[in-house]
Design a protein around this ligand. Structure first.
Ligand code: SAM
Length: 618
């Protein structure tokens, strides 16, 4: 798709250029950075505040990198930048790398973008850079679909090829969406001075000016919406309740935004509940019909991979990027997989494989083909929890059980009891509740629709044949490759069962689910099941997940200053990170990492049972 023509990076699809080889960087700086007076506006940001840019047409990301570089140079260390961009036709890795290789002066920034680019998913992507100081939200979809799903933009880069070549990016409807997604006083800049664009911007409420264009372009447009530029006050203290993956991710996302965080865990150690399994798999179960849940899971999967790249590098003990095979083991699964395969998404997300290729990837003979997720793998959730708490702004208190939450004049007071029944209280401007199903013990939150679901996994001693397994294989149950001599097989579901003792029938269930996957695993399963003593001696772990209606977690604001990240069910390793971003962005009045319709679908306030109204008094 990309081509060079007369020194310009050219799109054959649109018959137009991305930028010029000689002056592309200077042109972006002139049109978008100067056109929006960003040096001054970045320079005057107060610590703790965020500035948000919106862009139509991410292309090579050059405008993003220029904006980041300027922000780095002039903004106060405590301020942060949100960059929201939309791209319907993303470049592949090679094209992006070739395009950005032109600008050695941007290399430190380009390298970070390239690392995340290989994790991109269709739909929304949220990537953090520079320890969270810069956040990129990239919507890989049509501009008309993405624009109504965001708000809170301070400055716009209108960069969608020329209006003559790509009129869809410059319609009246698009400018109305842009105005609606803007904050008061928001500015825009664009290289075009086409009358149709000027009139449409005016019609949408912008004050529009023509100024001198860059280089040979005589004129360009800039302007702003009327109204004072509001200051968004951000909180500076937070209490997070719950030391599992959801709570540790929330603490990390808040600390990235400069908040001082106290993390409370009732057990004497982190990851005591469902996050304490020795190994967890990254299982993105998607459907071709992209409802709110599946948009959320897909965005979360892409986000989780970049978060793991940053916090938990691949090694033999903590994390493996061994890939996952989701197998067409039933007629229903085959239909789901066929529909997904027909989407033709980039193969780094997933691709369709037949049984022969699946077997070659897995290293053992498999009975079915299916979908191959090369970026998936397993990780040790307790290690991830620990890795998320690296910031000096986070203090962990273990052995502290929360007894009540009481609203105060400027936040919340959290009363806790330690294991010697000593009572103490902590105060903060915001509280994020991440206790999983145990939220039922907190009076103010007892009406949240959460169901406990017991899950048991089984540790199976490897056989010489099963040791060849190289990937996660997933039918109605799953099996991970051998780690420390054993495979993890999982997992059972027992609704409303809160016991955590291991039991033999659930081991047998995990084992028998492997039989359908492969002849090798059938032998492994049969050998263990037929030997009653071996079955009884199997090790494993049982824990309780919290499940919310429709498997849609309860993420967001419940009451002023009170947020939840709950109900992640079996998907917490995938969804906890992006949920934490969403909660932290909401609490700090920053640009949201997810489409507004998905944020609304996740909202705990909208889904709380109305039978007994929520009281904020503990
Ligand atoms: N800002 C970019 C940069 O820094 O490299 C250049 C953007 S380029 C001029 C315009 C971009 O808009 C292209 O990457 C193109 O694929 C994208 N685009 C065109 N039509 C679109 C649509 N309907 N929705 C979303 N993106 C679109």
């Amino acid at each position: 798709m990309l081509d060079w023509q007369n020194g310009h990076l050219y799109s054959a699809r649109f018959g137009d250029v991305y930028f010029s080889r000689d002056s592309g960087l200077e042109e972006k700086r002139y049109v978008f950075l100067r056109g929006n007076r960003l040096a001054d506006r970045f320079g005057s940001l107060q610590p703790g505040t965020a500035f948000s840019i919106g862009e139509t047409g991410f292309g090579t990301g050059l405008s993003f990198l220029c904006a980041w570089q300027l922000f780095d140079a002039v903004a106060s260390p405590g301020a942060s930048l949100d960059f929201f961009s939309i791209e319907k036709y993303p470049l592949d890795e090679e094209e992006l790398s070739a395009a950005l290789a032109l600008w050695p002066q941007l290399r430190p920034y380009t390298a970070g973008l390239m690392l995340r680019w290989r994790r991109r998913v269709p739909g929304w992507n949220r990537w953090s850079f520079a320890g969270g100081r810069v956040r990129l939200t990239l919507a890989i979809e049509d501009v008309a679909e993405a624009l109504p799903e965001t708000h809170g933009i301070d400055a716009w880069f209108l960069d969608g090829f020329s209006p003559a070549r790509n009129p869809e990016m410059w319609t009246q409807q698009i400018f109305h969406c842009i105005a609606r997604a803007s904050r008061a006083g928001a500015s825009f800049a664009t290289y075009t001075c086409a009358g149709v664009v000027r009139r449409a911007l005016e019609q949408a409420g912008f004050q529009v000016r023509k100024i001198s264009g860059f280089g040979r372009k005589r004129e360009m447009l800039q302007g702003e919406l009327p109204g004072p530029f509001p200051v968004r006050p951000a909180p500076s203290t937070a209490i997070v309740i719950g030391g599992g993956v959801a709570g540790c991710a929330a603490a990390s996302a808040l600390a990235d935004r400069g908040l001082v965080v106290e993390l409370l865990e009732s057990e004497p150690f982190l990851a005591a509940g469902a996050s304490g399994n020795p190994i967890g798999i990254l299982h993105a179960r998607l459907s071709a019909g992209m409802n709110a849940l599946h948009r959320f899971v897909l965005a979360s999967y892409g986000h989780a991979l970049t978060l793991l790249d940053e916090k938990l590098p691949v090694d033999d003990v903590m994390r493996s990027e061994c890939g996952e095979l989701q197998l067409s083991f039933s007629a229903e699964e085959a239909r789901r997989i066929e529909k997904l395969a027909a989407l033709n998404w980039p193969s780094h997300v997933f691709r369709s494989v037949d049984a022969a290729e699946a077997s070659a990837l897995a290293g053992i003979e498999l009975a079915y083909g299916g979908l191959w997720f090369p970026g998936s793998g397993w990780l040790a959730p307790p290690q991830l929890c620990a890795a998320l708490l690296g910031s000096p702004l986070i203090t962990l208190y273990t052995g502290r059980t929360v007894k009540s939450l009481i609203r105060t004049g400027h936040g919340w007071c959290v009363q806790t009891e330690d294991q010697r029944e000593q009572v103490s209280s902590l105060e903060a401007e915001i509280v994020v509740v991440c206790t999983g199903y145990q939220v039922k013990s907190l009076p103010a939150l007892a009406n949240l629709p959460l169901t406990p679901v017991r899950g048991q996994l089984t540790l199976i001693p490897a056989t010489p044949a099963s040791r060849n397994l190289r990937t996660i294989v997933c039918g109605s149950g799953y099996l991970a490759p051998v780690v420390a001599g054993r495979h993890v097989a999982g997992a059972t579901h027992r609704f409303n069962d809160t016991s955590i003792n291991l039991n033999v029938p659930e081991h047998a269930e995990n084992l028998s689910r492997l039989r359908e996957i492969s002849p090798v695993l059938q032998r492994l399963s049969d050998d263990v099941i037929q030997d009653a003593r071996q079955l009884e001696q199997l090790e494993g772990r049982a824990s309780i997940r919290g499940s919310a209606p429709g498997a849609m977690p309860l993420v967001g604001k419940l009451l002023p200053g009170l947020y939840t990240s709950l109900g992640h069910g079996t998907r917490g390793l995938i969804t906890a990170g992006l949920s934490a971003e969403s909660v932290a962005a909401t609490a700090c009045a920053q640009l949201l990492p997810l489409p507004l319709s998905v944020v609304n679908a996740l909202s705990p306030a909208r889904r709380i049972s109305t039978a007994a109204p929520v009281s904020d008094k503990g």
